[in-house]
Structure formats: structure tokens, C-alpha cells
Write a protein that binds this ligand. Structure first.
Ligand code: ASP
Length: 346
């Protein structure tokens, strides 16, 4: 019989450094059994919460994460959605921003917190950041607004001093404890002596009281095409002629500019003509694509490329997987990629 007074939190352990230990022979970090994690965080037992655990059959380094794993996380949340106040996903940092972005599209009309966290140092180490991240993530997953509804109703990344919107986040450091950042959106909360929520910027679904909707099919016939000075026509054409390719995230300079090479515009125009959706995002960490600012950007827009505004790379690629995975036609994908579906773009 559930204790209705204590917040009920489901922790989903997928792997990552937070649950790793050193292999005594190779000295490499390897995932270990989740029970070990609890042994290393006895403080967890002090929280007056009703915490339950779900562990991936085989914990993975997040470099091995793929859309099948995202589907597994979504399924656990879907199956347990009504029974818990919030969900904490323990995940490696390397692809955490991709998972956070993907989950934000796969879990629709989310009205409960899904807080993703991990650590830079294994939880068993003396100076680990894992313990604090884990405990704060659980507290945020349990936090309520003044009317008793969940404070966070979206997928978010908690890391060290900040809570970030998941689909606005990017890993920015391989060794700093503040490993994540959102370059185009303010923090959802600042973690210091207490947890201070930035209530004005929290996501609130425009659809009130709708049940959770889930979407599983992420179409991976998508890719990045990252421009650089000297990029060759044969490389660009090779990528755009990939069999089965349905959508491309074109990463351009500055406010969305590309080299003024006629062959480049021609290759893109041909790809768009074949039904491949091409969206334009900037290589700059901060700022957005504004195709009208320079003639090179304007020329690109005239090939049929659509602006991805201020989407992160992670949000752009997973949004395309999601829209194409919904079976949309190229025109529909081009339309919806420019709509703000769950707080991913300004
Ligand atoms: N390679 C690890 C992973 O992403 C790094 C980490 O957990 O921070 O799973």
C-alpha cells in the first residue's frame, strides 16, 4: 500500500560514470551493479521519500546509448507514470543532452518531472560529484509548487549548481563539475545552499490536464552536415546522396551563413527536391539563425533549407528523428521543425 504522504520517486539507472568502478586489471572504468550505488550513498536512506529503482538490464556507458534505449526509458516512465511524483534518470554525461532532448519529444504533455543526472567522478570516489547530484535530482523530482502540483513538468538536466531544460542543454566540459550549459535559455533552477527555482521560465504545457502521450518511433535516417572552410563538393554530395536519408541538420557559420559556392547551393537544392528536409542551425554555441541578415544565408534559404532558429545540435537532430518518425511528409516536417513543441526553441 503506497505511503501517500511521502513523495514517490522512481530512479531509472541506465549507466554512466555515476555507477562505474575501476576494473582492477585494466584500470578502465566499467559499469557495475546498481545495488553498489546504494551502498555508496547511505544518505539516500535518510531522505524521507519513497524511492524505488529500475535498472537497465545491462548498465551502459552513454556512448552506447541509442533510440532503442530511449524507448526503454520512455516505457518505464509510461508504465509507472501514475504511481510516482517524479522520475530521476541516472545517465552518462557524454550523450545526456541527446537523451534529454529525445525524451522531451517522446514524452508528450508531460506534467511530472523527469530529471536526468550523472557525475564526472564515480560515486565511490571520495571527491565524487555523484552523491550531491543524485540527492539534489531526487529533491527536485519531489518539489511541489504552491498549489501542490509538480514544480518541474518537463525533462531537465541537473548537474552541480544548475538545473537546465533538457532540450536546451549541451555538454560543455569533459572535466568541470558544472559540465552542462544552456546557451540560449536561462537555468530552471540555481543550486546553492538551497534550490532556487526560476519559476518564470519553467515549461507549462499549453494543453491543460491532458494525459501523458508517448511516441516511440524515432527515425534515424538523419545526419549532420557541418560546414568548414574548404569543404569539398564530393563530400557534400556523398552525404546528401546517402541512400534512405530523410533529413539533415546543416551546421552553418554565424547567423546561418554558408560559403557562396554555386555547387553547394545546387547540391542542397537537389537534395531538397528529392524530399530530404534540410534545417539550418548555427555552429555558434549562442545565438540563432537569421537567414535574412546576410546574402549567403538568404541564398541558402532560397534552396529550400528551413531555419532551425536557436535549436541546439542535440535538439535539432532528435526533433528530426521524432518528426520523421511520426511519418510526416517533408512539408509537414519543415513546418513543425519551426514550431516550438516543448520549449526547445525561442
Ligand atoms: N563515458 C561516460 C558516459 O557518458 C562519461 C560519464 O558518465 O560522464 O557514460
Amino acid at each position: 500500500m503506497p505511503d501517500t504522504l511521502r513523495p514517490r520517486i522512481l530512479m531509472i539507472y541506465t549507466g554512466g560514470t555515476i555507477g562505474m568502478k575501476e576494473n582492477p586489471v585494466t584500470k578502465a572504468l566499467e559499469p557495475f551493479d546498481f545495488n553498489h550505488l546504494l551502498d555508496n550513498v547511505p544518505k539516500l536512506k535518510k531522505l524521507d521519500y519513497d524511492i524505488h529503482y529500475h535498472q537497465f538490464h545491462t548498465p551502459i556507458d552513454s556512448s552506447d546509448m541509442n533510440p532503442r534505449h530511449w524507448g526503454q526509458i520512455v516505457k518505464v516512465i509510461e508504465d509507472n507514470y501514475l504511481d510516482y511524483d517524479g522520475f530521476v534518470v541516472l545517465h552518462g554525461t557524454d550523450t545526456m543532452a541527446y537523451t534529454a532532448s529525445a525524451l522531451s519529444f517522446m514524452l508528450q504533455q508531460l506534467s511530472k518531472p523527469v530529471i536526468i543526472t550523472g557525475s564526472q567522478l564515480p560515486i565511490g570516489e571520495v571527491r565524487t560529484d555523484g552523491e550531491e547530484n543524485l540527492i539534489t535530482a531526487i529533491q527536485i523530482a519531489a518539489a511541489k509548487d504552491t498549489d501542490g502540483s509538480p514544480m518541474i513538468r518537463e525533462v531537465a538536466i541537473l548537474f552541480e549548481n544548475y538545473l537546465w531544460r533538457g532540450n536546451r542543454s549541451t555538454k560543455r566540459s569533459a572535466d568541470n563539475f558544472n559540465a552542462f550549459r544552456s546557451n540560449n535559455y536561462p537555468e530552471l533552477a540555481k543550486i546553492g545552499l538551497g534550490i532556487s527555482f526560476n519559476k518564470d521560465v519553467l515549461w507549462r504545457s499549453p494543453v491543460k490536464d491532458a494525459p501523458l502521450g508517448v511516441h516511440y518511433n524515432m527515425d534515424t535516417n538523419v545526419t549532420f552536415l557541418d560546414l568548414f572552410p574548404g569543404i569539398q563538393e564530393n563530400v557534400v554530395r556523398h552525404i546528401l546522396n546517402t541512400p534512405g536519408l530523410k533529413a539533415v541538420v546543416l551546421k552553418t557559420y554565424g547567423a546561418g551563413n554558408a560559403p557562396g559556392e554555386p555547387w553547394l547551393f545546387e547540391a542542397i537544392r537537389e537534395a531538397v527536391g528529392k524530399g530530404i528536409v534540410v534545417i539550418n542551425i548555427t555552429q555558434c554555441p549562442n545565438g540563432l539563425v537569421d537567414p535574412k541578415r546576410y546574402s549567403t544565408g538568404l541564398e541558402l534559404a532560397q534552396t529550400g533549407v528551413v531555419p532551425g532558429h536557436d535549436l541546439t545540435s542535440e535538439a535539432a537532430i532528435t526533433k528530426l528523428m521524432y518528426l520523421v518518425g511520426r511519418g510526416m511528409k517533408p512539408d509537414e516536417v519543415r513546418y513543425y521543425v519551426q514550431c516550438n513543441l516543448c520549449g526547445e526553441m525561442s
